[in-house]
Ligand binder design. Structure first.
Ligand code: KIV
Length: 279
């Protein structure tokens, strides 16, 4: 009985959930934050069991799950479907969900309603919005409902038609200064963390040093408080996307293709199923 209690206490300790407070503690103690995207139950379960701190249900689902060219087409209902699948696969990680394009720009009431649906219907833990001062009202309104908000500055893919390309942002002084001002504003109004995408490493380091909230980079160098990648990219499921900042840890595209080729061969040659694989 006593041993059982000790065992259940240690198991409980092992799966202590990551919260926004944990991320702040990580920043204060210099522990780097690991974050990856996830869009479905099975992948979320693997990433969570491997010790990832934050799972982002990114609107990059529009690209890697649905095959769209940009993140713009994905809908709130689709994001909720992906997010609820991820939440069911997670014991430890903090689950952050992107508000999709069109659900918060210029309409703070819609922003709040969308964020509430994500929290209520998907069981997510926080939302992420792209942009700075232009979306201040939406962020503030979501925060009034007690919903944690993660900011996102630099290359913000929902604005791709304004930028025209996916090249590095904030290389010029004016854009860098606006990014720093926006980062300070997002911290001031209550965001719990900030993603910086594809900006010069020196600028990202400066922002991370200035802010008290964790700054998580993607293509923003090593001087920030954590890193995020799209899981399909780092696992080598996507083939064409090879930006300089991406490290691929696996070649799943070729691995899966080879396995399927073998399966096709086995079926065609009547090598599958064998005597042990039937009733
Ligand atoms: O949607 C996404 O995957 C993202 C990450 C690239 C940060 O926003």
């Amino acid at each position: 009985m006593f041993l059982n209690i000790i065992h259940s206490m240690s198991v409980h300790k092992e799966i202590k959930r990551i919260t926004t407070n944990t991320l702040h503690e990580f920043k204060q103690s210099g522990v780097k934050i690991s974050m990856l995207t996830a869009y479905d139950f099975s992948m979320a379960r693997i990433l969570d069991s491997a010790g990832i701190d934050v799972l982002l249900v990114g609107d990059s689902a529009s690209n890697v799950m649905a095959g769209h060219e940009t993140t713009l087409p994905i809908t709130l209902d689709q994001m909720i479907y992906h997010a609820s699948s991820v939440v069911r696969g997670v014991n430890r990680a903090l689950v952050v969900v992107d508000l999709p394009f069109g659900n918060y720009q210029g309409n703070s009431r819609l922003a709040l309603e969308s964020a509430i649906r994500i929290m209520k219907e998907a069981g997510a833990h926080a939302v992420k919005l792209e942009g700075g001062s232009e979306i201040r009202e939406s962020i503030e309104r979501i925060l009034t409902a007690g919903i944690p908000v993660m900011g996102h500055l630099g290359l913000t893919p929902q604005s791709i038609y304004k930028f025209g390309t996916y090249t590095v942002r904030a290389k010029e002084e004016a854009e860098a200064n606006k990014l720093i001002e926006d980062a300070i504003l997002l911290e001031k109004i209550g965001c719990f963390a900030l993603v910086l995408e594809k900006i010069p490493a020196q600028l990202a380091t400066r922002v991370a040093e200035k802010l008290h909230i964790p700054v998580i980079g993607i293509g923003a160098g090593g001087g920030v408080d954590g890193q995020v990648l799209v899981s399909h990219d780092m696992l080598g499921i996507t083939k064409e996307f090879k930006p300089r900042f991406l490290r691929t840890y696996l070649n799943l595209y070729d691995g899966i293709q080879n396995a399927v080729r073998q399966y096709v061969d086995d079926v065609k040659s009547n090598n599958f199923p064998n005597a042990d694989e039937q009733y």
